[in-house]
Design a protein around this ligand. Structure first.
Ligand code: ADP
Ligand code: SF4
Length: 673
């Protein structure tokens, strides 16, 4: 239900529950789920609609779609999108609007033509743009054609038709999109893409003409019943090559001032808009977007990984924003608004700013979330983020290991009503989360542990035992009906990596990320050899450099930390390492190491490298810590004699992966019990 003021609402948060008019419609509160992608869109519209409905159920006053392509030549495949290019698309999108309306929220539709970003791989049409340019999202050597005036008329016609379809589908807010470097209107605005000599090029007023026309067309087509929102990036971080918040970005706001019914403002490109916790804090967009409300009289929504109601209130009372926009915080906790309304902000499952959700969009699969294992399971598996089914038996459960898998299993089984005991050998709970959250910039990752410990403290049915190492006999003698092994994994000390290449390396003493996270601070010259290519290699290099060591980061891969291109962090990470003075060398196999020197060969046939190195830290893969589980499996008779009905293995001790995988495994097991 729409989150409204309740007797339990903290009076300091009351402003978040004031309704606000947006053109011809009224939002019930200030919680606004801005458009965000899902990784599947029209490939599974029912699942997407169910996910959006969950947001409305959780109290978001406005719930928006992701990009809706307005025409065939807006095609961004293989990336997922919705469609309003034909009337036959209307029922599919209407379903989402209908489900959102059932809970009192407004539904917003983000119409988009992605211009130079639309590679049109499926439609096979030529791309279009203000001028002929290489396509932005394409490794192929393919260019867009420059639009003539009849193309501009056709685009306006398509946008108007799509707006009418959005209205027919029941949407309350219809977007014109000009953000993230992903929109044709942005491409016309940008000098770097627009060298036209007609009324759509040259002066800013001319470059903004298409955007103005799209806004006017949309208002004319649907403005009687629908609010028209403009999603606009005020800053592109390119200096004079792009829009800046104190230059042309602000001038565009001045030019269009009160034309849209709502300004949805943010930063471009997507990596600047969706910054991770490693590089920014809650509210990081404020310095760039704060000017907008001083120019327009229309309501403004902005984002910034908002999870604290006090910060949200401050944004509104200080006149920065009218609506608290959220994509990731609404993914991590669809019920965030209701929790604030009910005065239980401590129950919010806060986004940790890891961008695993974005990595799914970039790999074309349903978005998953580190914190919220039910994301995109609402429809296909009927998983509710706040409700677990009651237990199906009166069994007691012993969980070994208090990392993300064990903690999530304990919480979810506890919520089902099972009697749970969790034993953790360390004095501190959290497993890898606790260790990784101590790496530079990752303290917010500790929320994975803290949320679960906070919720467990409210449950009477789960007992936590830190500093309790369990061996086989302890488990057999414990008397639990069911046993769950969640003992994690440890970094490998041998040279084995992706693709199985082992190499003939003679390597001396090897350190691993576990040693460094465990507090070892080697000094001198250190080689960090990162075979894995995830986030760990760069973090270990950064940590060691910050402690004063001379660090080289090498990798057999073509570039460093390749996985982070999916979380939109790779550039930032490499820039940070270079700024810190870490030496980077890619496409290198480690052929030998003895304290004093490391020998690196080239995977591309370049000359060998001999580099001075006192220590080697190997970031290879991880070895499941599964001896307990295997011992139990080898003795089925003893297990049976101990009255144990089942032994399950979850998380990294089964298959090392991301924290998101471990949380999901714990949750899934609890659902399946
Ligand atoms: P996951 O990501 O699968 O949750 P982690 O490595 O984060 O894995 O957590 C596993 C936890 O299990 C670690 O905190 C580790 O200390 C704990 N652990 C490992 N073996 C035992 C054991 N025999 N008894 C109790 N706890 C254990
Ligand atoms: Fe936040 Fe990470 Fe979940 Fe994305 S995956 S919503 S960044 S916690």
């Amino acid at each position: 239900m729409t989150a409204l003021l309740t007797p339990q609402t903290d009076p300091r948060h009351a402003v978040l529950f004031q309704p606000l008019r947006i053109g011809p419609v009224t939002a019930p509160n200030r919680f606004y789920q801005v458009p965000h992608c899902t990784g599947i869109a029209d490939r599974a519209p029912e699942d997407v609609a169910a996910m959006r409905e969950m947001k409305a159920m959780g109290g978001w006053g406005v719930v928006c779609t992701e990009n809706i392509e307005i025409s065939d030549d807006a095609d961004i495949s293989p990336y997922a999108a919705l469609h309003f290019s034909r009337d036959s698309d209307i029922p599919r999108q209407a379903r989402m609007a209908d489900l959102v309306h059932r809970h009192g929220a407004l539904a917003g539709a983000e119409l988009a033509h992605m211009g130079l970003y639309s590679a049109n791989r499926s439609s096979r049409l030529p791309g279009i743009g203000p001028s002929s340019r290489l396509l932005i999202e394409a490794t192929e050597p393919v260019q867009a054609r420059a639009m003539d005036l009849s193309d501009i008329r056709a685009l306006r016609h398509d946008h108007r038709a799509a707006a009418k379809r959005a209205k027919a589908a029941g949407f309350d807010i219809v977007y014109v999109y000009a953000s993230h470097n992903l929109s044709i209107a942005s491409h016309f605005l940008a000098r770097r893409f627009n060298d036209r000599g007609d009324g759509y090029g040259g002066s800013l007023e001319n470059r903004a003409r298409l955007l103005r026309e799209l806004l006017e067309d949309t208002k004319d087509a649907v403005g009687d019943r629908c609010a028209v929102a403009l999603r606009f990036a005020v800053e592109e971080f390119m200096g004079p090559d792009g829009l800046t918040h104190d230059g042309e970005g602000a001038e565009v706001v001045q030019l269009l001032k009160d034309l849209p019914d709502l300004w949805d403002v943010n930063l471009s490109d997507w990596s600047n808009d969706s910054q991770t916790a490693r590089f920014s804090q809650e509210g990081y967009q404020e310095p760039f977007v704060q000017f907008v409300k001083q120019i327009t009289g229309k309501p403004v929504v902005g984002v910034g990984r908002f999870t604290s109601p006090d910060t949200m209130v401050s944004q509104i009372t200080r006149g920065i924003l009218d609506f608290i926009g959220a994509a990731r915080p609404s993914i991590a906790d669809p019920f965030l608004p209701l929790k604030i309304a009910e005065g239980r902000a401590e129950d919010i499952r806060e986004c940790i700013g890891c961008n695993i959700c974005l990595s799914c969009e970039n790999t074309f699969v349903p978005i998953r979330c580190t914190q919220n294992p039910t994301m995109m399971e609402e429809g296909r598996n009927l998983w509710h983020p706040e409700v677990m089914p009651a237990r199906s038996a009166d069994d007691s459960v012993l969980i070994i290991g208090g990392g993300p898998a064990g903690l999530e299993a304990a919480l979810s089984l506890g919520r089902r009503g099972y009697r749970v005991t969790l034993a953790e050998s360390d004095a501190v709970m959290g497993g890898r989360v606790t260790r990784e959250a101590a790496l530079p910039g990752l303290s917010a990752w500790g929320r994975v542990r803290d949320y679960r410990l906070g919720q467990l403290a409210k449950l009477g049915s789960v007992s936590l035992y830190p500093s309790s190492r369990m061996e086989m006999d302890d488990i057999l003698g414990f008397g639990a009906d069911r046993v769950v092994i969640a003992t994690g994994a440890q970094w490998r000390r041998e040279l084995v990596g992706r693709g199985g290449r082992i190499g003939a390396a003679q390597i001396g003493p090897v350190l691993t990320p576990d040693d460094i996270m465990g507090g070892l601070v080697p000094a001198g010259r250190i080689l960090v050899h990162d075979i894995e290519g995830g986030y760990m290699g760069g973090l270990i290099a950064e940590k060691l450099r910050l402690s004063g060591a001379e660090v080289t980061l090498s990798s057999p891969n073509l570039s460093h930390s390749g996985f982070l291109s999916l979380t939109l962090e790779q550039d930032r990470v490499l820039r940070r390492l270079i700024a810190l003075g870490v030496t980077l060398t890619a496409s290198r196999d480690l052929a030998g190491f003895e304290p004093g020197s490391a020998h690196l060969t080239s995977t591309l046939g370049a000359a060998d490298l001999e580099i001075p190195a006192d220590h080697l830290v190997l970031v290879a893969d991880r070895v499941p810590r599964d001896s307990l589980a295997r011992d139990l499996m080898l003795c089925p008779d003893r297990v049976q004699a101990a009255g144990i009905l089942s032994v399950d293995r979850i998380g990294d001790c089964l298959a090392p992966g991301l924290i998101a995988h471990a949380v999901y495994a714990g949750h899934r097991l609890a659902r399946m019990f």
